[in-house]
Design a protein around this ligand. Structure first.
Ligand SMILES: [Zn+2]
Length: 209
């Protein structure tokens, strides 16, 4: 049974927020990504490398060097940082969709054929994620959100919220209707009556927030 795209996407955003390591990424990929109908890894049954735009590409332990390309090849010790950058790219795209009252990440995923309409054996048609190993990790996660948004557009138009305080992504409506909060911080960064404080996972400057 393939987990639903929403479950897979939220597992990533919320897991990385809590501090994923390489082993968590591998477990998530095994359970949520590596399936013929989502991510097919040629000639292998496991994740061999992971890439992120504006960051680099990392070979997962035991795998050969990733293909040479535009991305900088980095060592496995960079995976937690890569995960943070990928999550930050996802958060930015979701925030933009709330601010623009549109879903640019869905259009992008459709344009890149990372979500496709398929017909199930039962006759029902369904949006599915279709990504390759070279797809940046954030684009994989955004494709999962896009497939979910195409099935449940009203949840993304009305309920999607990205917390300004902690970066949590929620798709269940908050009691006050906020789109910048989470169940813990109902009013996002404004609930202390203080200037918005951003979440800095490693101290210093948070990416793009
Ligand atoms: Zn929060």
């Amino acid at each position: 049974m393939v987990p639903l795209p929403r479950e897979s996407a939220l597992k990533f955003t919320e897991g990385v927020r809590a501090g994923w390591l390489t082993s968590d990424l591998i477990a998530w990929a095994d359970e949520h990504l590596i399936r013929p109908e989502r991510l097919s890894v040629r000639g292998s049954d496991r994740l061999r490398y992971v890439a992120e735009r504006d960051f680099g590409i990392v070979a997962i332990e035991g795998a050969r060097e990733p293909p040479a390309g535009k991305l900088r090849s980095m060592t496995a010790s960079h995976v937690p940082h890569l995960l943070d950058v990928a999550r930050q790219h996802v958060i930015e795209a979701l925030r933009a969709s709330i601010e623009l009252d549109d879903r640019p990440f869905v259009h992008a995923a459709l344009l890149a054929n990372r979500v496709v309409r398929t017909r199930e054996p039962s006759g029902a048609s369904l949006w599915r994620v279709k990504v390759g190993e070279e797809t940046p990790l954030s684009e994989m996660v955004l494709a999962l959100f896009a497939a979910d948004a195409l099935e449940h557009p009203e949840d993304y138009d009305q309920d999607l919220s990205v917390c300004e305080e902690c970066g949590a992504v929620t798709l269940t409506p908050l009691p006050n209707g906020s789109r910048k909060g989470c169940p813990v911080h109902l009013f996002g960064g404004a609930d202390h009556g203080q200037p918005v404080r951003r979440h800095h996972p490693h101290g210093g400057h948070a990416f793009g927030t």
